[in-house]
Design a protein around this ligand. Sequence first.
Ligand code: PBG
Length: 328
Amino acid sequence: MAFPIQRLRRLRRTETLRRLVRETTLHVDDLIYPLFVTHGRGVKQEISSMPGQYRMSVDRLLEEVDEAHSLGVKAVILFGIPDRKDERGSEAYNPEGIVQQAIRSIKKAIPAVAVVTDVCVDEYTSHGHCGILRDGEVDNDLTLEVLGEMALSHAVAGADLVAPSDMMDGRVAHIRRRLDESGLAQVPIMSYAAKYASCFYGPFREAADSAPQFGDRRSYQMDSCNVREALREVELDVEEGADIIMVKPALAYLDVLARIRDRFPLPLAAYNVSGEYSMIMAAGNKGWIDRDRAVWEVLHSIKRAGADLILTYFAKEVASWIHQGKSF
Ligand code: PBG
């Protein structure tokens, strides 16, 4: 029964009708806001490749978390910029490290906000790799030890969710065991299960000063051409005890999100990474695209592909639009 009986334009005629039949909606509860925390007091330093995003000392970070929370954002993910780095990334698991301090401060001041932590040593190692080196290569099993320590120190400081992003084999099982043995069985793990070796992390590496000093991350992060391998990564992480799985980056990997959504019932997160943010900001600032509409379109595409949660630097803006009932 086709045209003229069927006319799909009927439901597109007015904004109200369009909203009535809208299939995908963003909710403030879906958003996780990434934040960079550094030492000092009163520090709020803009990241040049990520306009509108800052490196903040704990006092300024609290103001930012408070503002985000008042807009309805209920979760943040923390990235630390330590004041010293070494071969092992030992600041990563220092109980007095910058992220551990930030966790305690946020949980004390605004306990309703869920604090997620990134578990990976690249910001803390002098060589910038996501693990411990042995004969010039990142050694998987040696790295598990430090990841376990790091996740444990975050959980002890009060993190609500730990998120390993290193791509070592077996890290979910290892972290789960460390947490459970320490009486922290209630702390969930969000695994960056399908994390690709991507150029879209470029601005983040400037922000966190974490670019590898030699080589690249291709021996541990996934090859961007693969999708079946992503399903294997997810399957293993689920078996090892992951509670939430993540795909990263988001935009060039929407097919990966959709495939995982079809196969696995776990909550699924997508990381709308720094390069995806910076591209929209740059083109928007030049007047080449309508920035707000681009953000709207992109975040809905991630949700439509199957993500339940989105980590995005646009979290505050989107939350304020949702709050105002705005639609683009
Ligand atoms: C690793 C980590 C990275 C990002 C999140 N966790 C960088 C990397 O793997 O090089 C990138 C996030 C972004 O680009 O927004 N600690």
